[in-house]
Ligand binder design. Structure first.
Ligand code: NAI
Ligand code: A1CAB
Length: 259
């Protein structure tokens, strides 16, 4: 496919890196500030630099607040049979259709783990998208990790709060965990190794196990042992559950404000 990526910042750039590594599609990036693009990518700064080219896919990866200003310039560059794909948080299909008209539009919500090919994305396709169009975009997103198709847009906003914003929460939890390890006397590098290897190993063990997370937690908690002493603090007054629920609710509410 011949794909135009409008905006190639942190998220668009992370996905582009995986796509160019796969080498299956042709990419043009429209971004006045893009640099360090892979050699195979054509770069333009603005829509008028595109001449009369038309694309199979126009992928919108600019900030939600910029879409109304920037997208009108690109509304005509999609082939009749093409697909608009937006990764912008919140911005609804209805808002996009106001700019590009009655077209095949998909909302994809990726996350930053796409940078290392381990992203997880949600995908919603409006009823103008054919099964073939959906299949093609699912295959494209699969090149950045895993793609989960959802039935309605609200699911995309909910998924944004869980996995789209998820790396932000996880980076913060890791930062705090590493700081706590340093407070116990480890140097920064050793603290990072201990925490990162504990987290990645535990996630993989959970993924490969048939036990529930509660059963796994209990299986490593000896009665009156060290883990129980730690968990008594971590689980006190359900503070962690309350905090994570309010964290996800706040992100979901913000997605609604961006529609
Ligand atoms: N950063 C993340 O973890 C995630 C971001 N997203 C979505 O991805 C989109 C982009 O976010 P980021 O990459 O984080 O932002 P960013 O600020 O890193 O990238 C935005 C890019 O848009 C470019 N841009 C600005 N004006 C432009 C114009 N007139 N024409 C073309 N390009 C222009 C900028 O130069 C920049 O490279 C947002 O809509 C966001 O909601 C979705 C999932 C995760
Ligand atoms: O913070 C944001 O708005 C973007 C969308 C999901 C993750 N990052």
């Amino acid at each position: 496919m011949n794909i135009l990526l409008i905006g190639c910042g942190k998220m668009g750039g992370a996905m582009l890196r995986q796509w160019t590594a796969h080498g299956e599609h042709s990419f043009t990036v429209a971004d006045p500030a893009a640099n360090d693009l892979p050699d195979s990518v054509t770069h333009v700064s603005k829509a008028t630099d595109l001449s009369s080219q038309e694309f199979d896919v126009v992928l919108i990866a600019i900030k939600p607040q910029m879409i109304a200003d920037v997208l009108p310039d690109y509304a005509h560059v999609l082939k009749e049979s093409g697909t608009f794909v937006s990764i912008a948080a919140g911005t609804s299909v209805a808002s996009l259709a106001k700019v590009v008209g009655d077209a095949a539009i998909m909302r994809v919500m990726p996350n930053m783990a796409a940078l290392v090919g381990m992203g997880v994305s949600g995908l919603y396709a409006n009823d103008r998208c054919t099964p073939q169009q959906t299949q093609d975009i699912v295959a494209l997103i699969d090149q950045t990790g895993t793609c989960i198709a959802v039935e309605n847009e609200d699911q995309i906003d909910r998924l944004t709060a869980v996995s789209g914003s998820g790396p932000g929460y996880v980076f913060e939890i890791l930062r705090s965990y590493v700081a706590a390890a340093e407070a116990l006397g480890f140097d920064h590098e050793t603290a990072r190794t201990l925490v990162f290897d504990t987290v990645t190993g535990t996630v993989e063990a959970a993924r490969q196990s048939e036990l529930t997370l509660e059963e796994l937690r209990n299986s490593v908690t000896s009665k009156n042992g060290t883990t129980q002493a730690g968990l008594n603090e971590l689980m006190r007054d359900d503070v962690l559950d309350t905090l994570l629920q309010s964290t996800l609710q706040a992100a979901y509410a913000r997605a609604g404000e961006l529609r």
